[in-house]
Design a protein around this ligand. Structure first.
Ligand SMILES: [Zn+2]
Length: 151
């Protein structure tokens, strides 16, 4: 499939450190379109949608954020806490608006498995089906998300 100039522009931005240190692609040799397509296929195998995952992440972030930096236990299953910084992150696609610089650390009480995400991760998954490239600091594996958030 022929790539549009905007696809190529987007890839350049995603690989740069202009918006986040290290960029969104890590050392992934695939194009962003390929990353998105392959993660979508993985999600389909796992029987979840990006929207379901983003919704779950947002709920946990909101509950943790209300605890103002303290850890909270949720649903008898998770220990979650938020770390917040001043400033915001913007969507590379681009989208208007800024996302709070906030990290959510979510640990399963039974397995000890932990996943960390930013508010921008939630948006990138929900609006773009983008989990970031392999090797990016905030790459999230769809399989890890499904196992930690749903199983
Ligand atoms: Zn966006």
């Amino acid at each position: 499939m022929k790539r549009s100039p905007s696809d190529i522009r987007l890839e350049k931005l995603l690989r740069s450190s202009k918006l986040v240190a290290g960029g969104f692609m890590g050392d992934d040799p695939r194009t962003p379109e390929e990353v998105i397509r392959e993660d979508a296929a993985c999600l389909e195998r796992l029987g979840k949608t990006a929207a379901q995952i983003a919704e779950r992440m947002r709920k946990l972030t909101e509950a943790a954020s209300a605890a103002l930096g303290n850890s909270v236990q949720l649903e008898g299953k998770f220990e979650v806490r938020c770390e917040e910084w001043k400033g915001g992150l913007i969507c590379p696609w681009p989208h208007p608006g800024r996302f709070p610089k906030r990290l959510t650390v979510c640990r399963r009480l039974d397995t000890g498995r932990e996943i960390v995400w930013s508010d921008l991760n939630i948006h990138l998954i929900e609006a773009h089906g983008f989990f970031e490239g392999k090797g990016a600091s905030y790459r999230l594996e769809p399989e890890d998300l499904v196992q930690v958030l749903f199983e």
